[in-house]
Design a binder for this molecule. Structure first.
Ligand SMILES: Nc1ncnc2c1ncn2[C@@H]1O[C@H](COP(=O)(O)OP(=O)(O)OP(=O)(O)O)[C@@H](O)[C@H]1O
Length: 294
């Protein structure tokens, strides 16, 4: 079952580009990454899903219901953490969270306490006195206190220190184990790699690829570095699938995508002293999506 279904969703901000014909779906129980550089259209897509803004054309469904027509009932089941959080600074954290909880027909007090303990947040401080990271924690608790079935997070880790990010990711994994679906937007590739099952890559308002993280890594190149006993002509390794070939003395390096047996046969023809084969990280895989087309 698909929890989110987005079909040719388009939002124009007057003449400015927002998003153009975005389509993808998120299955129940997935942690789905939505990744792209600043200004690519992640927040616009998310705000449209939540009916905070309306699409110019196209449609989106959450829990099988149209996002615009059924916005109020859908929202009860969603936890949303916006990219930027703004509060009435004079309020105490606990008062703000109790106020947020009053929108749901549930007793959320126990969950608020649990989350505050887990994230190490003092509920009795004034929001005014909190650091940026602690304000972010208030937003996280606000998004999760009603135990939503779908969590939508827009660049959630900005402002959190590495230890707190780790705790936050553990919390998301725990929620996910209970069956909660998560849509996680980010421009930080490593965190998407750590957390998500699949990703949609967005660039300049369009989705350019939707893929499993594991497939993205499998179908990509490997990095080879070879140390030979005597210098070898660089052209010796110029096979189909070899790129970025480089040589210095007895060391040759290149990227290879193709049948590994072919490249191993070629390497076996020379006397090697050492060999390193490494996986590129997501950053390198995605780099070409990030580069602007001329
Ligand atoms: N209210 C608005 N009015 C006009 N243009 C807007 C508005 N909001 C966003 N845009 C434009 O729409 C495009 C997508 O922006 P959006 O904020 O959705 O990107 P994003 O991927 O979330 O990036 P970021 O991480 O920087 O927030 C950008 O070109 C942006 O300038």
């Amino acid at each position: 079952m698909n929890v989110i279904e987005i079909n040719k969703l388009t939002k124009n901000y007057g003449k400015a580009r927002g998003i153009t014909e975005i389509s993808f779906h998120v299955e129940k129980g997935e942690i789905f990454g939505f990744i792209g550089p600043n200004g690519a259209g992640k927040s616009t897509t998310i705000r449209t899903l939540l009916s905070l803004i309306y699409p110019t054309s196209g449609s989106a469904k959450i829990f099988g219901k149209d996002c615009v027509k059924h916005a109020p009932e859908i929202k009860k089941e969603i936890g949303y953490l916006p990219a930027e959080v703004f509060y009435y600074d004079n309020m105490k954290v606990i008062d703000l969270l109790n106020y947020s909880a009053s929108f749901y027909k549930k007793d959320c007090r126990k969950r608020i306490k649990e989350l505050a303990e887990l994230l190490d947040l003092d509920l009795h401080k004034k929001i005014d006195d909190l650091s940026l990271g602690n304000k972010k924690k208030v937003g996280i608790i606000q998004g999760l206190l009603h135990e939503p079935k779908l969590i939508i997070l827009d660049e959630p880790t900005s402002g959190l220190d590495p230890l707190m990010q780790q705790k936050f990711f553990e919390l998301l994994r725990e929620e996910n184990k209970k069956g909660v679906t998560i849509l996680f937007s980010s421009h930080i590739l490593s965190e998407v790699q750590r957390l998500c099952d699949r990703v949609a890559i967005i660039k300049e308002g369009k989705v350019v690829q939707v893929e499993k993280i594991s497939t993205l890594k499998e179908n990509t190149y490997k990095k080879f570095k070879i140390e030979t006993a005597v210098p070898v002509e660089m052209s010796f390794f110029q096979l189909e699938g070899v790129n970025d070939l480089d040589a210095a003395g007895t060391t040759v390096s290149f990227l290879y995508r193709g049948n590994l047996n072919e490249i191993m046969k070629r390497i076996a023809e020379v006397e090697i002293v050492n060999l390193w084969v490494t996986e590129p990280d997501l950053e390198e895989i995605f780099m070409h999506y990030y580069e602007k087309e001329e």
